[in-house]
Ligand binder design. Sequence first.
Ligand SMILES: Nc1ncnc2c1ncn2[C@@H]1O[C@H](COP(=O)(O)OP(=O)(O)OP(=O)(O)O)[C@@H](O)[C@H]1O
Length: 454
Amino acid sequence: MTSDDIAISLSDVSKCFKLYDQPVDRLKDLLLPTKVRSRDFWALRDINANITKGQTVGLVGQNGSGKSTLLQLIVGTLTPTSGQIQAKGRIAALLELGSGFNPEFTGRQNVFFNGRVLGLSQAEIEARFDQIAAFADIGEKLEEPVKTYSSGMFIRLAFAVIINTDPDILIVDEALAVGDIYFQQKCFQRIRELRDQGVTILFVSHESASVFRLCDRAMLLEHGQVVMDGEPKPVLDLYEAQMLKQFENRSDDFQIQVVPASPETTAAATEELSTAPAADNIAVESPDPTPNQSPQIAVNSDDLVQIQFVRILNLAGEEIPTVTSSETIQIAVGVWCNQALADPHVGFKIRNRQGEVIFETNTQCMGQTPGAIGANELLEVRFRCQVPLWDGQYTISVGVANEAIGPAIFRRTLIYAHDLAVLTILKNPKDIIWAGITNLNPTLQILNPTTPQA
Ligand SMILES: Nc1ncnc2c1ncn2[C@@H]1O[C@H](COP(=O)(O)OP(=O)(O)OP(=O)(O)O)[C@@H](O)[C@H]1O
């Protein structure tokens, strides 16, 4: 990779904010700078990353981890306390939409006004005006002052201007994904088009699914530092594990394990996840290799349980290597309990190659209770289901929790391990011809035209 390939370069970037107990202290600081009245707060520390041209990078992290601060530093609305940032080309930022609009101007006037501020020439704006108006789709309102707009109309127009500036780098804060589902789809479609044209995109989102769909790289920020950077799947798995930990308000007994991708360490992870004292009649199984060999993320609390196996069975209970689409199968999960559990629940999740969730459920969501289990006992749960999926490979992740306290809410998650088995789906020759994620197996009713009534 040469320096010409780099769109955004971040070297040792840090940002410190000064925090004041009283707002007036900020003023006093300006007037009498000798006395210290503020505390330093490092929102970002030593961020190093090169984002290559054409990459679509998803930035994830819990609230306050520093995502917006990093975007603002790249856009230039904030300056770093230390370190260097280089961004090559025209940046379009969907951060503070409409901040350049004049409320007294009409929508049309603002398109020209804002377009110029964003670096377009008059001729360039004229050339793409119809495109912008069509994208905003606010009809006659375009000729009225923007102060009369609803917030939705305002955002639509602002988004339309920015997204049509032919940027080299697009910065998107997904919190701004506003408007109705049609407008959101249009925004995502346009972002995808820009991605396919080779625009470099930096995308902040709290929603893993959007990052899976859009990005080819993800960065996880935690307390202002990058804790993982790479393929979206493991990064988002780690993010999800952190969210779970935060949701359950857990600290030291909740370990998040990141297992590197190499075959040796994958085998080690397997060992770690299945080191239950093997009862004579229980085969400790190795999970199949995942379709893409990315790091596996698991959370484990206090080693109370271990996943002993995840098997795909036919209705006769025999293990099967492949499944024909629409076939009914059983997903068998064996959980070794090191301690007695009052109300254990088991769940599974099917994900596609990109890591998108296709389906998930658990015993509690299915209205069932496996019941109390003693120490050193094996709990086996079999989920029987049809799998009307598009052919290809999927992975199965498994979680175990104790004590349901609400719908899909548990007092304690005991283990959550991703990609323990591979589900290989083959085309079913008996199926109708279909495309998509899942075959809805429609039936058809064709109604004859009725005679129009007089
Ligand atoms: N101007 C500021 N002055 C002081 N602290 C700030 C300022 N801006 C941000 N911070 C702090 O910096 C930290 C990072 O904030 P930032 O908005 O970048 O986080 P984030 O990851 O975008 O969060 P969210 O997901 O909630 O939007 C937070 O603790 C925030 O309170």
